[in-house]
Structures are given as structure tokens and as C-alpha cells.
Ligand binder design. Structure first.
Ligand SMILES: NC(=O)c1ccc[n+]([C@@H]2O[C@H](COP(=O)([O-])OP(=O)(O)OC[C@H]3O[C@@H](n4cnc5c(N)ncnc54)[C@H](O)[C@@H]3O)[C@@H](O)[C@H]2O)c1
Length: 270
């Protein structure tokens, strides 16, 4: 650990921590000294994340949580107040990607994606900020995407949620500063990162592009996506995002507020 990532004694909640970027954020925050509450709708996965952390000597516990449900947010925050007594870092990472054209997307899918990706961030802030405010300096880190910076054919619903996360984050930063609350809020914008999200609903974006599919048509070939879009041609790894998240969680970023950390190997730089 060095001064750039010291999170000793901070209590950190990470959503979507059963796998991928969320698991990596939970592990890296624990390595940096944080006490981690790892939450996910996938109970088995998030329990595994907590055990990996404790087996490595870190502090963590797992929580079952659907981030789209307000009453569960109230329970989770209330439970952290009762058990840990404070909340310093909130990483809103849980997300889904439903691919497909605008003409084909059902309103149910649009709403489900918005609930998981965007409503969740609002609920997290609404119910988390009061506890964070009484806990001392705090940092909210919202995982957006490069899809929150620019549009993409076949990903309109996802882009809408991630663009919403970007400007909501800036508004949280502005509102906390205006209210003299000691809470910073920033968004993180990953590029093409090698996680299971590419095996889930996002596969719809490749429906018209079978060359990009692998594993019997169930998974997008991420190497092909990266080769087509990322300068250098390689996908990133979850730790590449987690390292940025730990910096934003630590006091080394204490003047970084309302900003966007783009981690995409120059994919959007051109
Ligand atoms: N992988 C990428 O290329 C990429 C790029 C940009 C942004 N992102 C964003 O990063 C975040 C993490 O994605 P990932 O790539 O690790 O995906 P992932 O699919 O591997 O992990 C997402 C996690 O969120 C959980 N989740 C889904 N719905 C939930 C709900 N309702 N309540 C609680 N948990 C829920 C899943 O169970 C899973 O553990 C997402 O917000 C995603 O949009 C990913």
C-alpha cells in the first residue's frame, strides 16, 4: 500500500461485487485497508468475494441486495449503521447491459435496465448520504461507462442510463458541496473490460454480427470487440478499473470532485 491508495479504517460498500469489476473493487479496497461490505443480487458469488478477501487477511462481509429496490437500500444502510457504525466509501457498480435496437427494445427491458443502472444510484445516494455525512470525509464512486460519454448503435438504453449516471454524479458533487457536506462524488468510465457482462444480455448487440460471437453464440468475443475499437487492440481487466476506484476512495483524491475518470486506453480519446 502507498499514500495514493491508503483506505485504512474506511468502511466501503461495493454493489455488484459478486464478480467482474465489483469483485475486483472489493478486493482492492480491502487490500488498501478498507472494511468492505460486498453486496450483490448473486448471493453465492458475493459470499465468495467476501471469503476471498477474508482468506487474504482483509475485512469483509457479504450482503444480499437487489439495488433496484428502495426498501432494501434502507435496510442495507441501516444495517451498516448498526454494525460498522459509519460509511465512508460507496461504490455504485452493479449494472446490466441490455443490447438491441431501439425499435426492438421493449418498455419492460428499458425500465429494468434503468432501474438497475440509474435508479439504484439515486437510491444509494438518497439513503447513503445521511450516514456518510455523519461519518466524516466520504467518497461516492459511480461506475458509468464510455457508453455514458457517447452514443452507440444497439446500446441506446444502456447509453441513456450511463449518461444519466454521469450527470447525476456531478449533481451529487455540486449538491454536497453546496450543502457543505464532506462528501465527494465522481464517475468512472470503463472502456472494454473483460468480464461476464459480455456473456449476459449485452450479447444482443451482436445479433446482426455473428462473427463477433463465440461459445456457441452465447458470448461476444471480447478480443474482437477490443481489436476493432481499442487503440492497441486489447481489452482491459477488472483490476484496471479497481485501481482507479481505490484512488478515488482514498484521501489522495481529496480535491477530485464531480469529475470523470475515463479508463479506456484512449478508446474515446480520438
Ligand atoms: N465490462 C465492461 O466492459 C464494462 C464497461 C463499461 C462499464 N461497465 C460497468 O461496470 C459495472 C460492472 O460490470 P461488470 O463488467 O463487472 O459486469 P458483470 O456482469 O461481470 O457484474 C455485474 C454485477 O452486478 C450484479 N447485478 C446485476 N443486477 C443487479 C441487481 N439488480 N442488484 C444487485 N446486483 C446486481 C451482477 O449479479 C454482477 O455480479 C456495470 O455497471 C457495467 O455497466 C462495464
Amino acid at each position: 500500500m502507498n499514500v495514493l491508495n491508503d483506505c485504512s479504517g474506511k468502511v466501503a460498500l461495493v454493489t455488484g461485487a459478486a464478480t467482474g469489476i465489483g469483485r475486483s473493487c472489493a478486493q482492492k479496497l480491502a487490500e488498501a485497508g478498507a472494511i468492505v461490505i460486498a453486496s450483490d443480487i448473486d448471493v453465492e458469488g458475493v459470499e465468495k468475494t467476501a471469503s476471498l478477501i477474508t482468506e487474504a487477511g482483509g475485512a469483509a462481509r457479504a450482503v444480499a441486495q437487489d439495488v433496484a429496490l428502495e426498501n432494501i437500500w434502507q435496510d442495507v444502510i441501516g444495517d451498516i449503521k448498526a454494525q460498522e457504525g459509519k460509511l465512508n466509501v460507496l461504490v455504485n457498480n452493479a449494472g446490466i447491459a441490455i443490447g438491441g435496437g431501439i425499435l426492438d427494445m421493449s418498455l419492460d427491458d428499458w425500465r429494468r435496465q434503468s432501474a438497475v443502472n440509474l435508479d439504484s444510484v439515486f437510491l444509494a445516494c438518497k439513503h447513503g448520504i445521511p450516514l456518510m455525512a455523519e461519518s466524516g470525509p466520504g467518497s461516492i464512486i459511480n461506475i458509468s461507462s464510455i457508453a455514458g460519454l457517447r452514443g452507440a448503435a444497439g446500446l441506446a438504453g444502456y447509453c441513456a442510463t450511463k449518461g444519466g449516471v454521469r450527470l447525476f454524479s456531478k449533481s451529487v458533487a455540486a449538491e454536497c458541496a453546496a450543502g457543505e457536506l464532506p462528501i465527494r462524488c465522481n464517475s468512472v468510465h470503463p472502456g472494454i473490460i473483460d468480464t461476464d457482462i459480455w456473456a449476459r444480455e449485452i450479447a444482443g448487440i451482436a445479433a446482426d454480427n455473428p462473427d463477433m460471437m463465440t461459445d456457441g453464440g452465447n458470448r461476444i468475443n471480447i478480443d474482437m470487440v477490443a481489436a476493432a475499437g481499442v487503440p492497441g487492440g486489447k481489452p482491459g481487466q477488472p483490476d484496471d478499473i479497481a485501481n482507479g476506484v481505490v484512488y478515488l476512495a482514498s484521501d489522495a483524491s481529496s480535491y477530485v470532485n464531480g469529475s470523470e475518470l475515463v479508463i479506456d486506453y484512449a478508446m474515446t480519446a480520438r
